[in-house]
Design a protein around this ligand. Structure first.
Ligand code: NDP
Length: 322
């Protein structure tokens, strides 16, 4: 089977197409023929070595497809079931093995491309909006990279929960997409001081929460726009990692909260995974959560997808098709 591997860490050029033996499912596992694999920013962190992995490493941790073989001890799924999953490495491939405990049945109303597009970024947006800082009606929140994969979904959820939503974007096309997803105010953070603009537009003493996936270039200024006891949710570092931070600033800036969450901890139990995944997939099926499938690439073009994502050319979701 064909797979995209990292043999040595580095830029997108290190992604290597290899022909590997078909994996065999061990106890509790399923072998799945992948129909679509999601490209996520986290894949670039593993590729460049910012997150450690044992090499050679098959990239990718989000996909949907059809079960083609099962370990004898798996009773919750059948060969032929269509499933989606995330958080298990190895999805930039034609086939992958995953624990049955991490698989979710895909409803008939949803295509495999939609499921692969929704499962990781959708559950991320879901835990951020409902659990990390549970948004209340009337809250004012800021979402950085509002036209990105997570950004468009989080904006829709924040609006559905009744928030006034500010987003940051880097160009007019992205601003239009962010507004279409529900953003009340879009700010060009590459051209203007986003903190000054948010302070001007906010109706209260600052925002209830900031959802920041950009990190290095936005973190400190994001703290400035929070109201006393507001919550800073740092959930990524698309511009780079945030340097060490003096905690005393949280006191002087108004008894602020900072958290650095990751999806894994919000879907750790089967009950949490099913509740969150089914909520997201049902919302897609009902049409209340809209996906933007911006671009599909053949699996062999994974490096192209990475270059597009890292150069800020993309909006919404990117998929690899094996
Ligand atoms: P996006 O589609 O949001 O792509 C990243 C976006 O970040 C770009 O389009 C760009 O938007 C913005 N950006 C700002 N500065 C830079 C920069 N220097 N280089 C590149 N992009 C920049 O990606 P995803 O939706 O896949 O992921 C968004 C973030 O969320 C990532 O940081 C990812 O690691 C994180 N994440 C965290 C999870 C968690 O559980 N903690 C789970 C899933 C994702 P613009 O052009 O508008 O500035």
């Amino acid at each position: 089977m064909l797979a995209i591997q990292v043999l040595t860490t580095g830029n997108a050029d290190v992604l290597t197409l290899r022909d590997l033996p078909t994996p065999t499912p061990g106890p509790g596992e399923a072998l799945i023929r992948i129909e679509a694999s999601g490209v996520n920013f986290i894949d670039t962190y593993f590729r460049e070595g910012r997150y450690p992995a044992q090499l050679p490493y098959t990239l990718g941790q989000e996909a949907a497809g059809i079960i083609v073989a099962l370990a004898p001890d798996v009773t919750s799924f059948k060969v032929g079931n269509r499933v989606a999953w995330c958080g298990v490495p190895g999805t930039y491939a034609q086939l992958a093995v995953a624990p049955a405990a991490r698989l979710i049945h895909v409803p008939d109303a949803i295509s495999s491309q939609q499921a692969a597009a929704a499962i990781l970024q959708g559950m991320t947006a879901h835990y951020l909006a409902y659990s990390t800082y549970p948004i209340q009606r009337g809250d004012e929140v800021l979402i950085h990279a509002g036209a990105g994969g997570v950004g468009l979904l989080l904006t829709q959820m924040a609006k559905a929960l009744g928030a006034r939503v500010f987003t940051t974007v880097s160009n007019e096309e992205k601003a239009a997409l962010s507004r279409a997803a529900g953003a009340d105010e879009t700010i060009f953070y590459t051209q203007e001081d986003f903190a000054a603009k948010v302070k001007k537009l906010s109706t209260g003493p600052g925002l209830h929460a900031v959802y920041d996936s950009v990190g290095k270039s936005t973190f400190e200024k994001s703290l400035e726009v929070l109201r006393p006891r507001g919550t800073m949710v740092l959930f990524g570092g698309s511009s780079g990692a945030v340097p060490p931070f003096d905690l005393i600033k949280l006191m002087t800036m108004g008894s602020l909260y900072v958290t650095r969450p990751t999806l894994k901890d919000y879907i750790a139990t089967r009950a949490d995974l099913e509740a969150r995944a089914n909520d997201v997939l049902d919302s897609v099926a009902r049409g209340t959560l809209k996906l933007r499938l911006e671009h599909t690439y053949p699996l062999t073009d994974a490096a192209h997808a990475h270059r597009d994502l890292e150069s800020r050319k993309t909006t919404g979701k990117l998929l690899l098709l094996p």
